[in-house]
Design a protein around this ligand. Structure first.
Ligand code: NAP
Length: 248
């Protein structure tokens, strides 16, 4: 059976590592991106040059119309969906709660939470055996911040990730008898550009010594965990929240 994956925010960071690894393991992949068309296109070209199948689709997954277009494009160009990696995530400038504007809160919760609900809805509608689908898997990207709370830097981001843990628990039960497994990965501090967008580009190196393993993580280490959760080796695992943070 052809494996078809959507990776939201798949052009850079953990999403890009996941899309590339998935392609090398036989998935046809849809690389969704927001603004960085060049990064997404480079990755698509690399996958195709290696003999894989990939498309790159611009869509703001916080907007329902864009999500509908994204999934319709996958239906038409790649075929029936079998896997969704809800990976988008944004961090805003570090600050205390007393400094947070309502616009910031709406941006963070729309991108980090509403998009996961919308994309999961479209994926379940397609994959559920109750509606004629062939089953499949969903992996959500949470964060260790959901455990520590993000005090003084980004409580909003941490709370958005707490919502993703709960989405995973609830949805996994809702679709368990319909051939769909829903799991979640909580990365620790990983070498990607997300820290620069929070105003702290050296965050991983600075905090590495606070990690019991004494180092930050690589995007590929998270991609491995995601692919295990989507693959047949984890066939009895659903509703799991897997910490991948070097024991932090
Ligand atoms: P990243 O390097 O900043 O990449 C984020 C990706 O999301 C980019 O490809 C970006 O698109 C895309 N994106 C952002 N908003 C979007 C939207 N509205 N619609 C579509 N795409 C959108 O992030 P990352 O570090 O790889 O993080 C991936 C996930 O892991 C996130 O959920 C993050 O919260 C989580 N996580 C990361 C860490 C870490 O230390 N890195 C730790 C814990 C959890 P463009 O390329 O077009 O800009």
């Amino acid at each position: 059976m052809k494996q078809v994956m959507v990776v939201t925010g798949g052009g850079r960071g953990i999403g890009a590592a996941t899309a590339l690894m998935a392609s090398r393991r036989g998935y046809a992949v849809c690389i969704n991106y927001l603004r960085d068309a060049q990064a997404a296109e480079l990755l698509r070209a690399k996958i195709v040059a290696e003999g894989g199948e990939a498309i790159a689709v611009q869509a703001d997954v916080g907007l329902e119309a864009d999500v509908l277009r994204l999934f319709a494009t996958v239906d038409a160009e790649l075929g029936p969906l079998t896997a969704l990696v809800n990976n988008v995530g944004v961090l805003e400038r570090q600050c205390r709660l007393t400094e947070m504007s309502v616009e910031r809160l709406q941006r963070v919760f729309t991108t980090n939470v509403v998009s996961y609900f919308l994309c999961s809805r479209e994926a379940v509608r397609r994959m559920s055996t109750a509606s004629g689908g062939q089953g499949g898997g969903i992996v959500n990207l949470s964060s260790g911040a959901a455990r520590h709370g993000g005090a003084n830097v980004y409580i909003d981001y941490a709370a958005s990730k707490g919502a993703i843990d709960v989405l995973t628990l609830g949805l996994s039960k809702e679709v368990a008898a319909e051939g769909i497994r829903v799991n979640c990965v909580r990365p620790g501090i990983i070498y990607t550009d997300i820290h620069a967008s929070g105003g702290d580009p050296d965050r991983v190196a600075r905090l590495a010594s606070t990690v019991p393993m004494q180092r930050g993580g690589q995007p590929e280490e998270i991609a491995e965990t995601i692919l295990w959760l989507l693959g047949p080796q984890s066939s009895y695992v659903s509703g799991a929240i897997v910490d991948a943070g070097g024991a932090r």
